[in-house]
Design a binder for this molecule. Structure first.
Ligand SMILES: Nc1ncnc2c1ncn2[C@@H]1O[C@H](COP(=O)(O)OP(=O)(O)OP(=O)(O)O)[C@@H](O)[C@H]1O
Ligand SMILES: O=C([O-])CC(=O)C(=O)O
Ligand SMILES: [Ca+2]
Ligand SMILES: [Mn+2]
Length: 662
């Protein structure tokens, strides 16, 4: 309703009087010295702007009284502790070839004026009188375990492509690489790894020698130390307190620091006091390329792991997932040594304490399906299964956000708020409203948020032994049933196969899905031969009576191009029936070729879709596609036929027989 502005008694214009602004009336007060008060508040204490700014930030009191840390039973002062911490960081950043290490000092160089003088720079090496280099003369400022708010400011000030979205997340760009580079991931082959690791055909471990590692390490360290400031995160991996790993991440970007802040376990201030020497260190110099004249280098990107030195070097890629998954690879080495199985799986728990694992390759639904409003989230991607149950390796989740809609994935949607890193998304210039359907930068848009952003996260992220082991495959051929119950041999067969088929890309005209087989649903991250992990999984499932399931979150009614992806709502119903135990009691029939046990009915899901053949209008096309996929499975499995799984040769025979039969 348009108001004429007349007659409401509050406001009226008299056109005739609109000739100029009314004169401001200043009333004389009793105190003639006071010129004008705009409010009645007491004036600020500061005399200068700098003083005013220094009032704005107060030093937070520690949550517990700082106890005097002990070194070999001797109490050390807070100042001494700070010094030791800087010494440890300086040692991490020291050149291995020069006598002079970096001088490090804590704090933002831009705020030097505010930094109290008590912090003395720390040199790692005693400075020799001779041979001093320019790098030995300069300071590197350390931004140590900054808070999300501080990292936002650093990103927005100094990193192009950083913006606050309308929901408060930090939108960032990962640069030229918007996904991992598995062909550039190298592992040092030395006396220890020679025998322990899986090398050769099919293995993700591309070898490099110690010398080349050191060259790349030096390159990364020199790059990092040449900067005015670097970010250092000291954090943990693995919620199992007996098998916790201390990690240090040195990086050049606030984006990387915030990403790892969210993805690793965040130490409490008390835990940080006692952090000491890290078990593993990442040098992320991703903006700087590797040198292609260096032996082994085949591109400008190299991600190098040295297990003996407990170090990882990243050159030539800024994609933050390299750090997350690089550490996962390290856990795939360290944990099995302790008889603990590391898993590329999501994990959640019902109200009754029933735990489910969700295995699957990228994009098959681990994050989507483990994030379930009716269950506690233990973790979405990386877990350990020990004699005491399951534990999450990480402190955060990494969700795909292409085509994200609030109604279908409300918990993930709501987690995209202040503190969350949003990689490579497109947003409206003015409102900063994210368009999740936009693939202009990449299809692999991602959100990284701390796990407690999911309301029903289970903190600490641990749980009892799993009851259900769900293998997810996104079958773009459209021939795998939406759900099948697996016996142990079938579970092993599909675990070792690690199948999924997504569509090759988003370009027009791509009709043919491509099958991907990735052993243990994570061949890119495993370090030992797949059969080692498979044997451990079989042993644990048997011992704890877990049931295996194969769930196709992919196509139905035809392959990609003619059929369509199974509705998420149906997949959720299927998963609900697995959790509740209802599906165990269903009536089953066996499919041809793959010999899978499929239910004939399931509440909330149309019965006809449970057997894919019903949904294909062209039955011959269905049979041909089924046989084609069976052939691809068989061919993939050939490399494993010569391996024995565990000590039980009967199981090996059964696993070989559990594949497609035609
Ligand atoms: N029926 C379905 N079941 C599961 N996910 C579905 C289904 N239909 C569509 N999707 C979509 O598929 C994607 C699954 O991605 P998700 O993030 O869960 O992958 P992921 O297995 O966690 O992979 P990564 O290991 O790369 O993180 C989501 O974008 C989800 O919305
Ligand atoms: O590592 C990544 O980039 C994302 C991820 O979780 C996976 O690929 O399994
Ligand atoms: Ca995920
Ligand atoms: Mn993953």
């Amino acid at each position: 309703m348009a108001s004429d502005g007349v007659g409401n008694g509050e406001f009226s214009f008299d056109n005739k009087r609109r000739t100029g602004l009314p004169k401001i009336q200043t009333q004389k007060t009793q105190d003639e010295n006071v010129v004008c008060h705009d409010d009645s508040a007491t004036p600020v204490k500061a005399q200068t702007l700098d003083e005013l700014h220094s009032l704005q930030k107060k030093k937070s009191a520690p949550t517990t009284p700082i106890k005097s840390p002990h070194v070999f039973g001797v109490a050390v002062s807070e100042e001494e502790r700070q010094k030791q911490q800087l010494q440890s960081i300086s040692a991490s950043l020291a050149s291995l070839t020069r006598e002079t290490g970096p001088k490090v000092v804590k704090g933002d160089p831009a705020r030097q004026a505010e930094t109290p003088k008590v912090q003395q720079p720390v040199h790692h090496h005693p400075t020799p009188a001779l041979n001093i280099s320019d790098s030995g003369l300069k300071f590197t400022h350390i931004l140590y375990n900054l808070s999300p708010a501080e990292l936002y400011e650093q990103a927005i000030k100094y990193e192009k492509g950083s913006f606050i979205t309308s929901s408060g997340a930090l939108a960032t760009l990962s640069g030229a690489k918007t996904g991992r580079s598995p062909r550039d991931k190298r592992v040092v082959r030395d006396e220890t790894t020679e025998d322990d690791l899986w090398w050769g055909k099919g293995s993700p471990n591309i070898e490099m020698d110690e010398q080349t590692f050191l060259i790349n390490r030096e390159r990364a360290v020199d790059y990092l130390c040449s900067l005015e400031k670097v970010f250092v995160n000291d954090q943990f991996l693995n919620w199992d307190p007996n098998n916790r790993i201390k990690v240090r991440i040195v990086s050049a970007r606030a984006y990387h620091s915030l990403f790892m802040h969210n993805m690793c376990i965040r130490p409490t201030p008390e835990e940080l006091e006692d952090f000491g020497t890290p078990d593993f260190t990442i040098y992320n110099a991703g903006q700087f390329p590797c040198n292609r004249y260096t032996h082994y280098m085949t591109s400008s990107t190299s991600i190098d792991i040295n297990l003996a030195r407990r170090e990882m070097v990243i050159l030539g890629t800024q994609y933050a997932g390299e750090m997350k998954k690089g550490l996962f690879g390290v856990m795939h080495y360290l944990m099995p040594k302790r008889q603990i199985l590391s898993l590329h799986s999501g994990c959640n728990m019902g109200k009754e304490g029933d735990v489910a694992l969700f295995f699957g390759l990228s994009g098959t639904g681990k994050t989507t399906l483990s994030t379930d409003h009716n269950r506690y989230l233990i973790g979405d991607d990386e877990h350990c299964w020990s004699d005491h149950g399951v534990s999450n390796i990480e402190g955060g989740c990494y969700a795909k956000c292409i085509d994200l809609v609030r109604e279908k994935e409300p918990d993930i949607w709501n987690a995209i708020k202040f503190g969350t890193v949003l990689e490579n998304v497109v947003f409206e210039e003015h409102t900063r409203e994210v368009d999740y359907t936009d693939k202009s930068v990449t299809e692999n848009t991602r959100a990284a948020y701390p796990i407690e952003y999911i309301p029903n996260a289970k903190i600490p992220c641990v749980g009892p032994h799993p009851k259900n082991v769900i293998l997810l495959a996104c079958d773009a051929f459209g021939v795998l049933p939406p759900v099948s119950k697996l016996n142990l041999a079938q579970t092993m067969y599909h675990f070792i196969s690690g199948y999924t088929a997504l569509v090759a890309g988003t370009e027009d005209g791509i009709k043919e899905p491509t099958a991907t087989f990735s052993a243990c649903f994570g061949a890119a991250f495993i370090m030992l031969h797949p059969t080692k992990y498979a044997a451990m999984l079989a042993e644990k499932m048997q011992k704890h009576g877990a049931t295996g399931w194969l769930v196709n979150t992919g196509w139905s009614g035809g392959s990609y191009g003619s059929g369509s992806r199974i509705k998420l709502a149906y997949t959720r119903k299927i998963i609900d029936a697995i959790h509740s135990g209802a599906l165990l009691k269903a009536e089953y029939k066996k499919t041809e070729v793959f010999g899978l046990e499929i239910p004939t009915a399931l509440e909330g899901v149309p019965s006809e879709i449970l057997d894919p053949v019903n949904t294909w209008p062209d039955k011959k096309a269905h049979k041909d596609t089924l046989l084609k996929l069976g052939g691809l499975f068989r061919k993939n499995f050939e490399v494993f036929t010569n391996y024995k799984i565990g000590s039980d040769s009967n199981l090996t025979e059964e696993i070989l027989a559990a594949g497609p039969n035609f």
